[in-house]
Design a protein around this ligand. Structure first.
Ligand code: AMP
Length: 296
């Protein structure tokens, strides 16, 4: 091969990880990588960002391009939206769901429209910025629609006379209702994912496994809280039964006679129901703490 005189990303043995440079996934992706222990400094406009404490290099690019970069081996791994894997038709392995960037691909129509469900879209015009996932999701439910391809502000299409309905990504639904649209059905669910191809990577495969483990630990920790409470010894069995812990809770002796402490990591969604029940079962001095990592 002709010598070009410039360095190719990853040629020095570093694991190259593509990360969204802009849009909704950019900031949470970088925060997750930092929380997983990678140290890096973002330059003003630098696209290649070497980590200072690990043989990893971040490549900041459009999330849309990341599935194909990973598929083609341009980078070793990447963070992107699951919907974008479907949209680009890329063959990549999803290593981990990252728990942010959650959204659904939804069909919506003007409030006053007579259309009620996705089946009603058969034979009609549907505006979308996600033609591939829209087409395949509609086909799966036996609906043939004429797609009107737009690159943004899809919600405006029905009122401009361009389409009968829109199919777009929604996270809170506020954009749809602010534009006088009513949702009539969900076609796809998505969240941010780590993608890669461990088997093909040789020595870099081990690095990718480590990255995956570190991210998995942070994602698992974000879903849990560490609960500590004190209780009279005779009520500990009752309290233990209430705790939906990752494993049996730790029971710790306290200096005060007849009192024990219980420690357990519990699902964050359980806390609302759990605290009053624990209190009613004799718990006191209840502490709820964030966890940094959970590595089973
Ligand atoms: P963007 O902010 O347009 O760069 O969106 C990039 C990715 O963010 C999308 O492909 C989805 O995976 C994800 N996403 C999460 N929530 C939304 C939303 N409400 N609208 C569009 N994309 C979203």
């Amino acid at each position: 091969m002709k010598e070009t005189g410039f360095r190719i990303a990853g040629a020095d043995g570093r694991l190259v990880v593509a990360v969204p440079s802009k849009g909704r996934l950019a900031q949470p992706s970088l925060e997750l990588l930092e929380a997983a222990g990678l140290a890096f400094e973002l330059g003003e406009r630098a696209l290649h960002v070497p980590c200072t404490n690990a043989p990893v290099e971040l490549l900041l690019v459009r999330p849309h391009d990341i599935p194909e970069y990973v598929q083609d081996g341009v980078v070793n791994a990447g963070v992107t939206g699951a919907n974008l894997i479907a949209e680009t038709g890329s063959e990549v392995e999803t290593l981990l769901e990252l728990g942010f960037g959650r959204c659904t691909l939804e069909a919506a129509v003007p409030e006053e429209s007579a259309l009620r469900c996705i089946a009603d879209l058969d034979g009609l015009r549907v505006a979308t910025a996600y033609p591939v996932s829209t087409k395949s999701a509609l086909e799966q439910v036996g609906v043939k629609a004429e797609l009107v391809l737009l690159s943004g502000s899809v919600e405006a299409a029905p009122r401009l006379g361009l389409s009968d309905a829109v199919i777009d990504l929604v996270s809170t639904g506020s954009t749809a209702s602010a534009n006088g649209l009513r949702r009539i059905g969900t076609l796809l669910e998505s969240q941010a994912v780590l993608i890669g191809e461990k088997r093909e990577l040789g020595a870099k495969g081990e690095m990718l496994e480590r990255l995956e483990m570190m991210l998995r630990g942070v994602v698992a920790a974000r879903r849990r809280r560490y609960l500590m409470l004190n209780a009279p010894a005779e009520r500990v069995a009752e309290l233990e039964a209430l705790l939906p812990s990752m494993g049996p809770p730790s029971v710790v002796e306290l200096a005060e006679k007849g009192q024990l402490a219980l420690h357990a990591a519990v699902d964050v969604d359980e806390i609302w129901d759990l605290l009053p029940r624990l209190k009613a079962a004799g718990a006191s001095s209840i502490l709820v703490m964030h966890l940094e990592r959970v590595v089973p």
